[in-house]
Design a protein around this ligand. Structure first.
Ligand SMILES: Cc1cc2nc3c(=O)[nH]c(=O)nc-3n(C[C@H](O)[C@H](O)[C@H](O)COP(=O)(O)OP(=O)(O)OC[C@H]3O[C@@H](n4cnc5c(N)ncnc54)[C@H](O)[C@@H]3O)c2cc1C
Length: 385
């Protein structure tokens, strides 16, 4: 069994306090994703806005419980993510900050690119986006059609379309994945400013995790200076498949923790709102609580493995698949405690059910995670116990 040390215990306690405030704006953000602009002073939002900015760029970081947190380890991210998502997963995804792009920048950017990216984030609350998925190529990233071609004058041009991109329409800067050559090593990530000519992003209607403001992005010959190609100082193998695998492995436990936070939120909701339960109901709900605790252990173990060996994300896949399913099961089970028509009478539970469904599609669906888990088992990289 994994136990948190004092530092991560402090992170958990503080984030749990912040989460209480987030509950009060959760339904409002769900109705109107622009609510986030009024919540920039919320401590959770402020924390997220400087996460994934490493110490050299932010030496004077605000201490939390006497400790410094920058979100550079998967373990730290999962502890904060569960608690903040238990308050409101929508706000977790709506907040400004380096977010997914930050993990890639940390892995691939050179010194100059880091100065540029972190400088933007430190100057003002800045939203970022991470554009990999395409309208016709969701899980199949290898079939990506967006192109990065020379413009004939020493620069590059982006052409293509992306879809389901979190914060795409409100971001100032982000990462776009594109193909610069045929073959498996031909994928590249570039830093892009959303004010660049040819860049257009529009929110798309969604049902769950509406705070994330998923967007469709059109790239109509967006100019990209050579200096914005991430990993330009690395070999094509290290900036292509290698970096992609490492980055997604590092991200996955955090997405699992968001699902866990949604499950916890539904569990807490029933406990708080349905004061007196029959003995049978109480025992059943306590059993569900123990399932949540079990999946938390799995996520912590997956995060610890990814921190120790970033190339080994097989347990992280198992954790993401398990946590996403748990979130769907627990949120639906919670409804049963409120009688007929509960989806209408309990709008918060209705939102949690919609959010849980959304997490299933983030960072790889359950089927894709199960395929990855299977590969780990076959290759002997996953402990069968
Ligand atoms: C809330 C949210 C936030 C997101 N944020 C981002 C973001 O910031 N950036 C970004 O780039 N993308 C983002 N996405 C997109 C997400 O990564 C895609 O939705 C995901 O990759 C699935 O793609 P798809 O929706 O096209 O489904 P598809 O890939 O078309 O899958 C449809 C169904 O087919 C199944 N399937 C697909 N391939 C296989 C296979 N080989 N074997 C078995 N079954 C298979 C899937 O499991 C699924 O059930 C986000 C999505 C959501 C919902």
């Amino acid at each position: 069994m994994i136990e948190l040390d004092d530092r991560l215990g402090a992170a958990r306690a503080h984030a749990r306090d912040w989460a209480r405030d987030l509950r009060s704006t959760a339904l409002e953000l769900d109705r109107d994703p622009d609510t986030v602009y009024r919540c920039l002073d919320n401590p959770a939002v402020r924390h997220l806005s400087t996460m994934l900015i490493p110490a050299p760029w932010l030496p004077e970081r605000t201490l939390i419980g006497g400790y410094r947190f920058d979100g550079m380890t998967a373990m730290e991210r999962v502890v904060f993510a569960e608690e903040i998502a238990a308050g409101d997963a929508g706000m977790m995804l709506a907040s400004p900050g380096a977010s997914l792009s930050g993990v890639l920048v940390d892995l691939l950017a050179d010194q100059e690119q880091k100065e540029w990216f972190y400088g933007r984030l430190l100057a003002a609350p800045t939203w970022t986006f991470f554009a990999l998925t395409e309208p016709d190529h969701g899980s199949d990233a290898a079939a990506m059609g967006t192109r990065l071609d020379p413009d004939g004058e020493g620069g590059l041009l982006l052409r293509g379309a992306k879809r389901y991109i979190g914060n795409g329409a409100r971001a100032q800067v982000g990462v776009v994945f594109a193909r610069d050559r045929p073959g498996p090593l031909g994928a590249t990530a570039v830093l892009v400013e959303t004010g660049a000519p040819g860049f257009k992003a529009e929110p798309i209607p969604t049902i769950g995790l509406r705070g994330a403001q998923l967007s469709a992005i059109n790239l109509d010959g967006v100019p990209v200076p050579e200096g914005r190609v991430l990993g330009r100082h690395l070999s094509p193998t290290r900036r292509g498949v290698w970096s992609g695998v490492q980055m997604f492995n590092r991200l996955r436990p955090g997405v699992a923790a968001i699902a866990l936070g949604i499950a916890r939120s539904a569990h807490d909701y029933v406990t708080e709102q349905r004061g007196s339960l029959s003995k049978a109901d109480r025992l059943r709900w306590e059993r569900t609580g123990r399932r949540i605790d079990g999946v938390r252990q799995l996520i912590w173990r997956a995060a610890a493995i990814v921190d120790a060996q970033p190339a080994n994300g097989h347990l992280a896949s198992a954790a993401k698949a398990r946590a996403a399913r748990l979130a769907e099961e627990v949120t639906l089970e919670a409804l049963e405690y409120f009688g007929p028509g509960a989806r209408l009478t309990q709008p918060m539970l209705d939102k949690l059910i919609r959010d849980a469904r959304g997490v299933e599609f983030m960072e790889g669906t359950g089927n894709i995670q199960r395929l990855n888990t299977f590969q780990g088992l076959v290759q002997g990289k996953l402990d069968r116990d």
